[in-house]
Design a protein around this ligand. Sequence first.
Ligand code: RB5
Length: 151
Amino acid sequence: MQEKKIIITSDHAGCEAKAIVKEHLKELGHIVFDYGPHSADKAIDYPDKAYMMAKGLARNEAQIGILLCGTGIGMSIAINRYKHVRGALCCNAEMARLARAHNNANVLILGGRTTDKQTLIECVDAFLSTRYESGRHEIRVKKLGRMPDEL
Ligand code: RB5
C-alpha cells in the first residue's frame, strides 16, 4: 500500500481504540498525525476534536482523517458540518469500502466502544485500499459540496 498522510484523533471514549488503529497505521508505514488525546483520563468533547480534524484537512496536513468516539455518532455529526469533509461512520469493512468507492469519503469514523479490534483494523484496511469510483457517483458527491444553506 502506498504511504499516506493520515490525521487521527478521538475523544476520551475513542482513545483506546485510537491507539490500536494508530499502531496498525504505523505498521503499514503511513505518516500519522495524532491530534490526541494521549490518555483517556480526562473528558474530551468530540466537537472540539472534530474541529481540529476539519482544520488539519483544510490546511492540507493530510488528505485522509480517522475519527473515533464512543459510538462514532457524535464525531459523525460534528465533522459533517464542514463542506470539505465527507465523513463516513463505518461498522464493517464493506461500509468502509463503499464509503470510499461511492461517497469519496475522506474521513473514516469509528465507534471505539462499539467496534471490536479486528473490525477496526478491517475498516481501516478497506478504507485505505479502496479508490473512489467516480463515474455515476460524481454528480452526487459534487452536490454534497453545494448543499443549499437556504431552506
Ligand atoms: C462520550 O461519553 C460519548 O458520548 C461519545 O464518545 C460519543 O459516543 C458520542 O457520540
